[in-house]
Write a protein that binds this ligand. Structure first.
Ligand code: MRU
Length: 384
């Protein structure tokens, strides 16, 4: 996708090899900071500290992490490949794409002679990234068909009456290698001339909606409005949301959807107001071995400081709100809670399948009940 009209992916190999570059997402929307990553440990840090984030991008980053480990001194013996994978698996627990990518790399590498592994790892990481782009483009096209049908049923989709879509967190191109999952149908609709307007949940505590989704939609000229996390139910009660589309970090074989904390509350409000609720999910995000999302999916508990503090640019106190000017270039942290109060920070929640209207995948849209059939019925088999 684009930043200031120039094409970008979220992660790319540097031309001379042996390193990758990423967009440091902790600095957006205020600063476009590109970070070069040359070691496994730097990649583990980038995933843990959310310089790269979003389930598909975490998977792609982990694949490059394995390749960097092999290229830059972490060894290529079987035990090294096990250890490298383990270091990455420890970085973030919920997005199953990370495990999917590590296991895929390990399966491939362990079957090869030791001296061929480093080059093969690099090639496979490139393939995983290209596949992610293709999966998300396909999700975009299937989602576009759904949005077209919804727009025609509701008499929406014109500039005067855009289709109103609510999304939570960031499941746009920044959360993937390119295109995004939940935002892929939105970009496809925007390009196809179907007018859409996006309600962007701010997504406390890290504000991925306010900082990242709003930024990337603005870069592409997609009309949007940032709302506080608590506004969605009210908008739904007043007929201001035609559908909800979110991404996912892990979906069970039964269609339970684990996504950013707060997604469940949006799904409950959508259900209560007959608003269709979709999750856009590439197949590496499906955990075919899990049946019960609430009981089985590991939920990341992040540092309480993410709740205590907010990060942003300090604005000139003389600004009029329209022409705000930052007082400096460095991001500042401010404390918003009383010193001494405790905070808890579960990062994800699970929306039970019964609240999910459909799962938009690269192979089409399925209700949770037939998700497995969608992937087993076309003769191409289950992606693993
Ligand atoms: O903690 P994050 O920012 O990595 O969480 C990201 C999300 O919850 C996204 O909605 C999810 O990964 C879908 S990504 C296309």
């Amino acid at each position: 996708m684009k930043i200031n009209q120039a094409f970008f992916r979220t992660i790319w190999p540097v031309v001379e090899g042996g390193a990758v570059e990423i967009i440091d997402q902790t600095q957006l929307p205020h600063r476009l900071h590109i970070v070069r990553i040359a070691t496994l440990h730097a990649m583990v840090y980038a995933i843990k500290h959310m310089q790269v984030r979003g389930a598909p991008l975490i998977g792609a980053a982990a694949a490059y992490g394995m390749a960097l480990g092999l290229a830059n001194g972490d060894g290529a013996q079987d035990a090294d490949i096990e250890r490298t994978g383990e270091a990455l698996l420890q970085s973030r627990p919920t997005a199953v794409n990370l495990r999917w990518a590590v296991r895929r790399m390990q399966r491939l590498l362990l079957a090869l002679p030791v001296d061929e592994r480093a080059a093969a790892a690099w090639r496979e990481a490139v393939v995983i990234c290209d596949e992610d782009v293709a999966l998300n483009q396909a999700i975009g096209q299937h989602g576009l068909e759904m949005l077209r049908a919804l727009a025609s049923a509701r008499g929406r989709g014109s500039a005067a009456q855009p289709l109103q879509i609510l999304t939570h967190c960031n499941a746009g191109w920044l959360a993937t290698v390119d295109w995004g999952t939940a935002l892929a149908p939105i970009y496809a609709a925007h390009e196809a001339g179907l007018a859409v307007h996006v309600w962007v949940d701010e997504t406390r505590p890290r504000n991925q909606g306010a900082a990242l989704t709003a930024w990337e939609l603005a870069q592409h000229g997609v009309p949007h409005t940032i709302i506080s996390d608590n506004a969605g139910g009210h908008l739904m009660q007043h007929g201001k949301v035609d559908c909800v589309i979110v991404g996912a970090d892990r979906v069970t074989a039964t269609g339970d959807v684990c996504n950013k904390i707060g997604t469940y509350l949006k799904a409950l409000a959508a259900y209560d107001n007959d608003v269709p609720f979709y999750a856009a999910v590439p197949s590496p995000t499906i955990d075919w071995g899990m049946q019960d999302g609430v009981r089985e999916i590991p939920i990341e508990e992040r540092d309480a400081d993410e709740v205590h503090y907010m990060q942003g640019l300090v604005m000139d106190s003389a600004s009029d709100g329209l022409h705000d000017k930052p007082t400096g270039h460095a991001m500042q942290r401010i404390r918003i809670t009383p010193l001494g109060s405790q905070a808890a920070n579960p990062a994800f929640d699970v929306t039970p399948a019964r609240l999910v209207t459909g799962i938009i995948t690269e192979r089409g849209i399925a209700t949770p009940a037939v998700l497995r059939q969608l992937f087993s019925a076309d003769g191409r088999g289950m992606p693993g």
